[in-house]
Structures are given as structure tokens and as C-alpha cells.
Write a protein that binds this ligand. Structure first.
Ligand code: NDP
Length: 286
């Protein structure tokens, strides 16, 4: 695309941002939709997020994505947040409004759209979430808000799983989320579950690591969704496939969180055909 005097700028703030795939998503979307908009990563150190937000505002930047370590610390610098971002306490998208930036969380709607694109609905689905970090917490909120069935959250540090379960159950006024120690997985009933792998175990370069190795666990997997996308096939996914389950990595979640942000910035709807072309570009750039 040609950058000219009318080119709008969006970007990503976080640290590190050097290996982000988001410019591929957004710049391809601009090509496909004909928007005169470029997307660039901005490395912003911890403690600098307030200055980054006011600087972006002064520069006329029309939208920002926010990644680690600023997803929560950015909130005080915004004019407000949507209900989901407020509930989760994490923002990943800033939309320019008349008097500042308004914060959204598109990670979870992104995961929801990724699951839908795989033909999975969460309603009444029994889930196992592996991990109890920031991503797992958001998945637990999403599952409760989509009226999933029971949601077992399994973690190495049980106190973190217990805290998420207590918080989500209180927030929704129902006992949906059940915390467990990860090594207690044999206590699961033996039925099939949608399993969301939300630990950082298996991330490249340690791509042979997996949080549960035991083949009998994978017999309980109806669908294995790993939030990790580097490597494209994690050991968790390989073990689930060996047990006969369909699998997906986290690339589609990344894709759709970006697409939803782009829709918010431009007030447009990205078609499924366009989404598929962007997915192709992201896969090629991996
Ligand atoms: P956190 O650091 O907040 O949480 C990490 C989780 O992994 C914790 O539950 C931690 O357990 C567990 N864990 C780490 N090491 C081990 C280990 N050796 N054995 C057992 N458990 C372990 O990370 P996030 O929640 O932010 O991210 C989790 C994953 O999700 C990452 O791989 C990230 O790349 C991916 N992600 C993907 C996204 C996408 O768009 N596809 C978006 C966001 C995240 P404990 O509590 O015991 O320390």
C-alpha cells in the first residue's frame, strides 16, 4: 500500500513485540478492505504505558492492541472498558473515542470465534482447562458466560486454580468452575471433554514438553485446543491426535482477536472469506 498524508495508524504496545504476527493480520486486512491504514509494533517498557497512551492520543493513533506486560496496567489510563474487559481485568484493544481511548478484550471473543470456526459451541459443553494463568482465567470467564457445563481447571499450583474458580463462580452466581491439582486428572469421570491447553508448557523452543504425558488422559479428549501457536503442532496436540481427537492450535484465536479489533477500529465486518485469506497470510509468515 502507498503511505500518504491521510494514512491512519494503528499499532501494538507491549514488551517484547519484535516477533509479533499482528502486523501481518492488520496490514493484510487493510489490503483486503481497501482501508488506508498501517499497523506497526511499538515496544513499550514496563512503567511507560501511561506515557505511551497519551503519546498515542497526541499523535492521532486511531487504535492500539495491548500485550504483555500492559494488559491490566493500561486500564487506569482509559476512559472506560467494556463489560468483558472490566470483568476479566485485562484489555487488549484500545479504540479512540472523543475524549481518550476505550478498552476492549477481544482475546476471548477471538477464542469464541476460533472455536465456532471449528464447529464447537461452548453451551453445555464439559471443559477441562489446563493452567491457571491469565489466559486460563479468561477462558474460565468465557466458558461461564457462554453457559458451558462443568469447567474443570487443573493447575500445578492449586491455589491459583482455586482463586479463579472462586472469582468466576461468584461473578456468575453459579458453581460452574471446579479447581483441581493437575496431577489429579485421573479423578475426572472418564467421559469426553473439550480440553483447552492454557499453560505455557510446550512453547518453542521447548516444544517436546507437555503438561500431561499419560496417554489415558488423552482418551478423555473430545477436542484438543492448544492456545500455543509456536510450534504449530505442540506435543499436547500430537498426543490428542494419537488418541483420535481433532485438534487446533492458538493461531485462529490470534487471528480472530485481531479481526475483532480491526472491526472495532473501522466499524466494519470482516467476511469469512477475508478471514480465511488473512489466516493464509499468517500461516505463510510463520
Ligand atoms: P501465565 O504465565 O499467566 O500462566 C502460565 C501457566 O502455565 C500457569 O498455569 C503455570 O502454572 C503453567 N505452567 C508454567 N510452567 C509449568 C510447568 N513446568 N508445569 C506445569 N504448569 C506450568 O501465561 P498466560 O496465561 O498468559 O499464557 C499461557 C499460554 O497461552 C502461553 O503459552 C501463551 O502463549 C498462550 N496464549 C495464546 C494466545 C493466543 O492468542 N493464541 C493469547 C494468550 C496466551 P503455575 O500457576 O503453577 O505457575
Amino acid at each position: 500500500m502507498e503511505v500518504n498524508g491521510k494514512t491512519a495508524v494503528c499499532g501494538l504496545i507491549g514488551c517484547p513485540v519484535a516477533h509479533t504476527l499482528s502486523p501481518v493480520i492488520h496490514n493484510r486486512l487493510s489490503e483486503l478492505t481497501g482501508k488506508n491504514l498501517v499497523y506497526v509494533p511499538f515496544p513499550v517498557e514496563e512503567g511507560q504505558v501511561g506515557q505511551a497512551v497519551s503519546g498515542a492520543w497526541a499523535l492521532g493513533i486511531c487504535g492500539l492492541n495491548v500485550t504483555v506486560p500492559h494488559k491490566s496496567t493500561v486500564i487506569p489510563y482509559l476512559t472506560g472498558t467494556d463489560t468483558l474487559a472490566g470483568r476479566i481485568g485485562a484489555v487488549n484493544t484500545l479504540v479512540r473515542a472523543a475524549d481518550g481511548y476505550f478498552g476492549y478484550n477481544t482475546d476471548m471473543p477471538g477464542l469464541l470465534r476460533a472455536l465456532q470456526s471449528e464447529g464447537i459451541a461452548l453451551r453445555d459443553e464439559e471443559l477441562v482447562i489446563l493452567g491457571a494463568g491469565g489466559a486460563a482465567r479468561a477462558v474460565a470467564y468465557l466458558a461461564a458466560s457462554e453457559n458451558a457445563g462443568r469447567v474443570y481447571i487443573l493447575n500445578r499450583t492449586p491455589a491459583k486454580a482455586e482463586a479463579i474458580a472462586a472469582e468466576v463462580n461468584q461473578s456468575f452466581g453459579k458453581e460452574t468452575v471446579i479447581p483441581m491439582l493437575i496431577t489429579d486428572y485421573p479423578k475426572l469421570s472418564g467421559r469426553k471433554y473439550l480440553v483447552i491447553q492454557a499453560t505455557s508448557v510446550g512453547l518453542a523452543p521447548k516444544d517436546q514438553d507437555v503438561v500431561i504425558e499419560d496417554a489415558s488422559f488423552y482418551q478423555m479428549v473430545s477436542y484438543g485446543f492448544d492456545l500455543i501457536y509456536r510450534p504449530a503442532q505442540t506435543r499436547f496436540m500430537k498426543l490428542a491426535v494419537e488418541a483420535g481427537a481433532p485438534v487446533c492450535n492458538g493461531l485462529k484465536m490470534l487471528l480472530y482477536q485481531g479481526i475483532i479489533a480491526y472491526e472495532l477500529w473501522n466499524d466494519i465486518h470482516v467476511t469469512q472469506e477475508q478471514a480465511e485469506l488473512v489466516y493464509q497470510a499468517v500461516c505463510e509468515s510463520m
